[in-house]
Design a protein around this ligand. Structure first.
Ligand SMILES: [Cu+2]
Length: 120
């Protein structure tokens, strides 16, 4: 029984160390973001919340399924893309500061789309 407990403890500690290592390494967040119509009849980019860790490279493939063009702006990271109707664009940036940053369609300010959360 004691032996079993010791074994479990070793596993828990190992898992904890593994988690720490992952957190300390800058990674990449790669997502496909699609412009859809919400139940409230607003065109939004989905998912609306993007989470990254500070230092991560963020690659977003922006798929606009509408006939008209839409914008995708994260001002804090100088991201300002216009995606033509029925086209796909890719933006890439390094999330080098922590915080909560709004994501907007700069062409149609009523399309309040979401937020980027960058963890310390
Ligand atoms: Cu728009």
């Amino acid at each position: 029984m004691l032996r079993y407990v010791a074994k479990v403890l070793v596993l828990v500690v190992a898992a904890g160390l593994g988690g720490t290592t992952v957190a300390a390494t800058a990674g990449e967040v790669s997502l496909r973001i699609v412009n859809v119509v919400s139940p409230q009849d607003v065109k939004i980019w989905e998912p609306t919340s993007i989470v990254a860790k500070k230092g991560d490279t963020v690659v977003l493939q922006l798929v606009n399924r509408h006939a008209d063009e839409h914008g995708f702006e994260i001002a804090a990271f100088n991201v300002k893309e216009v995606v033509p109707g029925e086209k796909t664009s890719t933006v890439k940036f390094v999330a080098d500061k922590a915080g909560i940053f709004p994501i907007k369609c700069q062409l149609h300010p009523a399309h309040v789309t979401g937020q980027l959360l960058v963890l310390e």
